[in-house]
Design a protein around this ligand. Structure first.
Ligand SMILES: Nc1ncnc2c1ncn2[C@@H]1O[C@H](COP(=O)(O)OP(=O)(O)OP(=O)(O)O)[C@@H](O)[C@H]1O
Length: 553
């Protein structure tokens, strides 16, 4: 296959190395951004097709930059450097050839025998990236004690949980040397500067400005088999922003830790690189801000806000679906950042392929980097998460209670944490110890027999309004009477706990309130549950009513 490529494309492959195969993602290392862009933009389709034929399954390529691979061209090679125009002409010819499906015949640059062997005994399996925890049973991220050697020249580590396949491209070694020296990437305008050595777990300064939740760090994130790969990828992009995988896209169902990982990346980057500009936003907020910018004729400010960052963390990109103008704006934001080698990290509830109402060109870009998913945690991870949560919030619960809760709530970590809070709050109010009997009583209300009925925000709002003797307009309107505010906060809390709606979406149900108001309500009610019996009873009773109503349809 390689022999049939034009010289410049051969150079791109010659200088790259297949690194790992994780599930259906093949990770390829290249020496610089230029090569990465070329492989992603021009060779990806053909390489994925060839690999798919070899492995008899769909394979995606994720390209990561390892500057150590960069080779200085020797004088002989320099002598045959061809001009940009010739490169472009060769590329056009190659593209035409690829279209005819001739560029990658059966002979492959990734021969089955030597590359990505399914279980090669001599290869290191599941090598954790630098600074990531050991492969033990679920454990929280343990930050290195020594100052972190910051990463510009550091090789982005492969996500753990896969096979190391460094031996090279097999048949490439027998190929004649490439005709073209690799073209150097342009120097990025403002490189990230390694900062003072702080521990990655330290919440960064200006968290308000970056809008990062100080509780969502790698240190508080529990690693298990369901999230080991996305966690490792998140650490890798934090250590080498714009170099490791760009974009990184993490997808998965609600409440499985995607937002937590985004925030953790933000904190870690800021602890490694002084002055790094990190911005976290949900795609709903991005949309709202964009609409407001048009309304107020402040598009320039909007553009600056999102294009002048080093790391852009965008949550829940599925909400961009169907919003043509916002997609257009985001497309340009994405391009500007990607061209400047700025890191983009995205989360979604589905893989990009299934974001059908998204423009092809955007979906296509989302597929450029590394795509990885979070799965529901296994029982050991759920127990470890509960233990960590209990320790962090100083909640006392014996191991058998934690195991019981973990066995009952299997698919959503937010619900898992909510259950722990309710059990301990109930015990606290009754001045009782937390034990199994008590946990069973509390969880009986929380988990109905025979599966979960679908609960909507509308149902919660209607039930809450009726329960407190209010009208729906009062509950969702602007009035800030004390009684009203409490009822509203309980309704918001229940929306967060019982539905999969995002914070901005819940805010919308309550007269277009900001997502931070919903966050505040959630925190406040969580706290009051343990302090005020009346609130605990109201929340429990309302939960029952809502669930009963949902079951009756
Ligand atoms: N591996 C984990 N370790 C510790 N806590 C976790 C882990 N995964 C999730 N959580 C916690 O579970 C809660 C829900 O996680 P998060 O909000 O990140 O989920 P999400 O996947 O973004 O959900 P959604 O799609 O609904 O926004 C958070 O409090 C988070 O800290």
């Amino acid at each position: 296959m390689v022999a049939e490529l034009p010289p410049n494309q051969r150079a791109w492959l010659r200088d790259s190395e297949p690194l790992t195969l994780h599930g259906s993602t093949a990770i390829v290392e290249v020496p610089n951004d230029f090569t990465r862009n070329q492989i992603e933009g021009r060779l990806r389709g053909s390489l994925e097709k060839s690999l798919g034929e070899i492995f008899h399954k769909e394979i995606r390529i994720a390209v990561t930059v390892n500057p150590d691979l960069d080779v200085t061209p020797d004088p002989d090679t320099q002598a045959i450097l061809i001009s940009e125009r010739e490169i472009a002409a060769a590329d056009a010819a190659a593209a035409a050839a690829l279209q005819q499906q001739n560029a990658f015949p059966n002979q492959s640059a990734f021969p089955h025998q030597s590359v990505y062997p399914p279980s090669s005994p001599g290869l290191i399996s599941g090598v954790p990236p630098a600074n990531t925890p050991h492969e033990d049973a679920p454990a929280a991220y343990a930050p290195p004690q020594a100052p972190i050697a910051p990463p510009p020249a550091q090789q982005p580590a492969p996500p753990a949980g896969h096979e190391d396949v460094r031996p090279g491209y097999g048949d490439l070694s027998t190929n004649p040397p490439p005709q073209v020296a690799p073209v150097e990437e342009p120097v990025p305008p403002r490189p990230l500067v390694p900062g003072p050595p702080t521990r990655p777990s330290e919440p960064s300064h200006n968290v308000l400005e970056t809008r990062l939740n100080p509780k969502y760090t790698f240190e508080t994130f529990v690693i298990g088999s369901s999230n080991r790969f996305p966690h490792a990828a998140a650490v890798a992009v934090s250590e080498a922003p714009g170099k490791a995988y760009n974009p990184l896209l993490v997808y998965g169902e609600s409440g499985l830790g995607k937002t937590h990982l985004l925030h953790a990346i933000g904190h870690y980057v800021r602890s490694l690189y002084s002055g790094a500009k990190v911005r976290y936003v949900s795609s709903e907020e991005f949309t709202n801000e964009f609409i407001n910018a048009i309304r107020d004729d402040r598009q320039d400010r909007f553009k600056r806000r999102y294009r002048d960052v080093d790391v852009l963390l965008i949550d829940d990109i599925q909400f961009l679906e169907g919003k043509t103008q916002t997609q257009e704006e985001f497309f340009h934001t994405f391009n500007t950042l990607h061209n400047a080698n700025k890191q983009i990290v995205l989360t979604s509830d589905r893989p990009p392929k299934r974001l059908e109402a998204l423009e092809d060109r955007l979906r296509n870009r989302f597929e450029w980097g590394l795509i990885t998913d979070v799965q529901p945690p296994d029982i050991e991870t759920r127990i470890a998460i509960l233990r960590k949560k209990a320790a962090m919030e100083r909640l006392t619960a014996p191991p058998d209670v934690l195991e019981f809760i973990a066995s009952k709530i299997q698919t959503n970590i937010r619900e898992l944490e909510g259950a722990l809070i309710r059990v301990t709050a109930f015990a606290n109010l009754n001045r009782q110890d937390v034990d199994l009997t008590l946990a069973e009583i509390v969880l009986k209300d929380l988990i109905p027999e025979g599966g979960e009925p679908e609960i909507t925000a509308g149902l919660i709002i209607a039930q809450t309004a009726a329960y407190f003797g209010l009208s729906i307009d009062e509950l969702t309107g602007p009035s800030r009477g004390r009684h009203l505010v409490m009822a509203r906060q309980i309704a918001m809390y229940l929306c967060r706990e019982l539905t999969e709606d995002s914070l901005p979406k819940i805010g919308k149900h309550f007269g277009g309130r900001d997502h931070t108001t919903v966050m505040y309500a959630e925190r406040k009610i969580n706290q009051l549950l343990a302090e005020r019996r009346a609130v605990f009873n109201q929340v429990s009773e309302l939960t029952n009513r809502v669930k009963m109503q949902a079951r009756q349809g």
